[in-house]
Structures are given as structure tokens and as C-alpha cells.
Design a protein. Structure first.
Length: 132
């Protein structure tokens, strides 16, 4: 049990400092004790349930994790799967509206925009031109 708490703390610390969302494999590599993946997954489940860590799913079923203290702001490319984390938050107006409309105390939010990065958008346009 003591060991489990250590893994939890290590993961939380890494994610609080990190700007990008990381998957379980990337997290395992960054923990000095090098826990196995199942230990990391168990820790992430505990951390997520208690709100210390947030998760987001970009593609298929793979989860990425980020700090429970932060809001999630992501821009992802559908074709090359590049993930950009942005910090400028556009949601304060919306939050105020939701607060008033539903009498909710908003604690956090997650914004995920899907699209095409400039390289992939160019490649797509080129393919379209070649088709015709
Ligand atoms: Zn791309
Ligand atoms: Zn925000």
C-alpha cells in the first residue's frame, strides 16, 4: 500500500509540472522507480477518481492524462495526431452563462478541438487536386 501511494504521488507531481497530456507509457518512463504499466494504470484510476488527475481521449480508446489542477485545452490534428496544448482560455464568458443558467459552481472544464494542422491541410488539398 505504501508503494502504491508513492506511485500516486510521483504521477501527480509529474503531471502538475507538465504542460502536455501524457499517456500511461510516457508516465511510466518518467517515474524513477520504473513501475510496470499495470501499476501505473491502477494509480491513474485512483488519481482520476479522487480528482487529482484528469484524462482526455484523443484517438481510439487511448487515454492521456493531465493535472487535476488544470483545465484542459487541446487542439488535435485528425491526420498526423499532433496534439497541441494551448493556455489562452476562451471560456470565461461561457462559464458565466452556465453558472447563471444552471446555478452551477463550475470547477473545471475540458476543451478539445479537432482539425488539421497546416502540413496535413496542405497534403489533403493536394490529394483533392490530384483526384480531379
Ligand atoms: Zn497533421
Ligand atoms: Zn479554459
Amino acid at each position: 500500500m505504501k508503494h502504491a501511494a508513492m506511485t500516486d504521488d510521483a504521477i501527480e507531481k509529474i503531471l502538475d509540472k507538465e504542460d502536455k497530456a501524457l499517456d500511461a507509457g510516457e508516465l511510466a518512463e518518467r517515474i524513477p522507480e520504473r513501475p510496470d504499466l499495470s501499476t501505473v494504470y491502477r494509480a491513474l484510476k485512483r488519481l482520476e477518481m479522487s480528482g487529482r488527475v484528469n484524462s482526455v481521449t484523443f484517438f481510439r480508446a487511448k487515454k492521456h492524462y493531465y493535472s487535476g489542477k488544470k483545465n484542459g485545452h487541446f487542439l488535435v490534428c485528425q491526420d498526423c495526431h499532433e496534439i497541441i496544448t494551448f493556455t489562452r482560455c476562451p471560456s470565461s464568458v461561457l462559464e458565466k452563462e452556465l453558472k447563471e443558467a444552471f446555478s452551477y459552481m463550475i470547477l473545471s472544464h475540458k476543451l478539445l478541438f479537432r482539425g488539421l494542422c497546416p502540413t496535413c491541410a496542405r497534403a489533403r488539398a493536394k490529394r483533392e487536386r490530384q483526384k480531379t
